[in-house]
Ligand binder design. Structure first.
Ligand code: PLP
Length: 383
């Protein structure tokens, strides 16, 4: 059997099939040590000196993610934000970057405040509009185009291959926040992206019990080495136990993502055209703006995230979230339990998100029970 050609399901389930060479254990040990023995002749032939720089806790989880993304390498971080900001900090003050108008709000806030103060020239555009991306690119000056697809919380779809072609022609790289698509549904590097980022807190871990981030790269080049140096220097590393939990979570990534996608599709279809709902935002619906691109770029499903806009307005949306009994009223996404959130409340007054919007993260419960629960809450809130 050619193990280099294994499917994602087999790679993930066995975490590449690594076996501990000493104990023969099929699950890895946790290595809490912060430091490593120096040889009597003053060398470090083990290759490990200090756990902020070379940490054995990362090895297997990074190898699995690299295999799933088809990447030359991967790196885990203390959070998705630590991973994302490391990419921007690997640029230089004065560089121009293009990012989506609607994207993960905390990263957008950082880009418009600290990153701008540090010297990046940040331009936000509607990246689903390829003409807008082309118009924003400044050849020689634009160093990075940041994408998020489908993007939080309107689930707009951006054509990664088209953006990569335009960005590369202008001398810019492309990084994709692929948290929602996961490598199961989209492999951005195969579409021409240079870097992939995940809030591993979400689907990769999948159990709402770890904050983690990850990057995967198309090439082990100078920028990648700088990103890894930034991780070690700024210290945004993942702890040994969190690395272990993340690896355990990733073993079930493929069936979890498939189930969440199927459930999200069933929920979207049920509430599309519903008398109490003015819009269902989900790239899997044929009526969605980015459906044709999503159908090309996403394989095997359209993801577990969708939003609904409640016809009766903001108070009814908040009232719906208040009345669910099975859905959990909480922020975040990508866990086995389904979450519902009135999104503009958490993003605050500068949020571009409509105030009648509820963001839904489909978990792996019985989808008919999720639909019935949301239906009763919507009816009670708008009665
Ligand atoms: N990107 C997306 C799409 C997210 O949803 C999140 C968190 O909600 C992040 C990035 C940030 O990740 P973390 O919370 O792990 O720092």
């Amino acid at each position: 059997m050619d193990k280099s050609k294994l499917s994602q399901a087999s790679i993930a389930a066995q975490a590449l099939g690594w076996v501990d060479p000493i104990t023969k254990a099929v699950t890895p040990a946790i290595h809490p040590s912060s430091t490593y023995i120096r040889d009597p002749d003053n060398q470090y032939t083990s290759g490990r000196i200090y756990a902020r720089d070379n940490n054995p806790s990362f090895d297997q989880v990074e190898a699995v993610l690299a295999a799933l993304e088809g990447a030359a390498g991967a790196a885990v971080f203390a959070s998705g934000m630590a991973a994302a900001t490391a990419v921007f900090l690997s640029l230089s003050p004065g560089d121009h970057v293009v990012a989506p108008t609607v994207m993960y709000w905390s990263l957008r806030n950082w880009l418009l405040t600290e990153a701008t103060r540090w010297g990046l020239k940040v331009e936000l555009v509607e990246t689903s509009d390829i003409a807008a991306v082309r118009a924003a690119l400044r050849p020689g000056e634009t160093k990075l185009v940041w994408l998020e697809t489908p993007s939080n919380p309107m689930w707009t779809v951006t054509d990664i291959a088209a953006v990569a072609e335009a960005a590369h022609a202008a001398g810019a790289r492309v990084a994709v926040d692929s948290t929602v698509a996961t490598p199961v549904l989209t492999r951005p590097l195969a579409l021409g992206a240079d870097l992939v980022m995940h809030s591993a807190t979400k689907y990769l871990n999948g159990h709402s019990d770890v904050i983690a981030g990850a990057l995967a790269t198309a090439r082990d080049d100078e920028q990648w080495q700088r990103i890894k140096r930034i991780r070690a220097q700024l210290g945004g590393i993942l702890g040994p136990f969190e690395s272990w939990l993340l690896l355990r979570g990733m073993r079930t990534l493929v069936p979890r993502v498939r189930q969440a996608s199927a459930s999200a599709m069933a929920i979207a279809e049920h509430f599309h055209g519903h008398p109490l709902v003015s819009a269902v935002l989900y790239p899997g619906l044929p009526s969605a703006d980015g459906h044709a691109i999503a159908a090309r770029q996403m394989q095997g499903g359209f993801g577990g995230m969708l939003s609904i806009r409640v016809k009766a307005g903001a108070a009814a949306a908040i009232g719906t979230a208040a009345r669910v009994e099975l859905w959990k009223r909480a922020t975040s996404l990508g866990g086995v339990e389904s979450l519902i959130e009135h999104r503009s409340s958490i993003e605050g007054p500068t949020s571009p998100v409509p105030d009648d919007l509820l963001r839904l993260s489909a978990g792996i419960e019985d989808p008919s029970e999720l639909i019935a629960d949301l239906e009763q809450a919507l009816k009670a809130a708008t009665a």
